[in-house]
Design a protein around this ligand. Sequence first.
Ligand code: GDP
Length: 221
Amino acid sequence: GGNKQKQSSILLKVILLGDGGVGKSCLMNRFIQNRFDTTLFHTIGVEFLNKEVNYQDQGYTIQIWDTAGQERFKSLRTPFYRGSDICVLTFSLDDPASLNNLSTWQQEFLYYADVAKSEDFPFVVLGNKVDIDESQRKVSYEEAKRWCESNKMPYFETSAKDGTNVEEAFVKGVELWRENDLRFDGRVGVPGQSGAGNGGRSRTIIVDSTNSRGEQQKSAC
Ligand code: GDP
């Protein structure tokens, strides 16, 4: 209760893409709820969850869309790409194929998201499961970093299991989004106005946000 003052918050739609099994659901669960269970589960359908973060004195409602479980069903996942503000490309450090597939995920995203300026779109790359033993690791930091640099994307080695770099990676996405927004129109925070930075869409400013699924959230991971 109490009289906590509500501040306006900028809604950012974040989409999490990558091969099945790289840890997308667990990353989402870690970021939103700060927990990790090992219960195996697969998301049925696409769903999203919200979390508030602050960046440079501005509140953001990060709305993460999890397409896990839809890796095989392109027609089910791609309609959700449209309107995304940030794309998080995820691979697993024990699975080199999942790194090789990032280009395909990126291309599919850009094709269906219909973003205004694809060369400036905020992508963040996560090499997940950094907690694994050195013997299980199949992708070196240098190799992943090389791919990210050639695609001009920031790289984070994360662990949904112990939380390493998870918050940092999502906040980096907000930072990139913010830089773009300032570069294009700088009118963020003005309700009802839009500019080139978001492809002419109106920016959604919300005052009170709760998770889309409330108590019905599955205990993922
Ligand atoms: P998704 O298909 O991309 O959503 O992947 P999941 O989130 O379902 O995770 C796939 C498997 O990887 C599960 O068995 C998780 O317990 C495991 N996993 C996910 N993240 C991590 C991590 O950071 N470290 C480790 N060691 N295992 C993880």
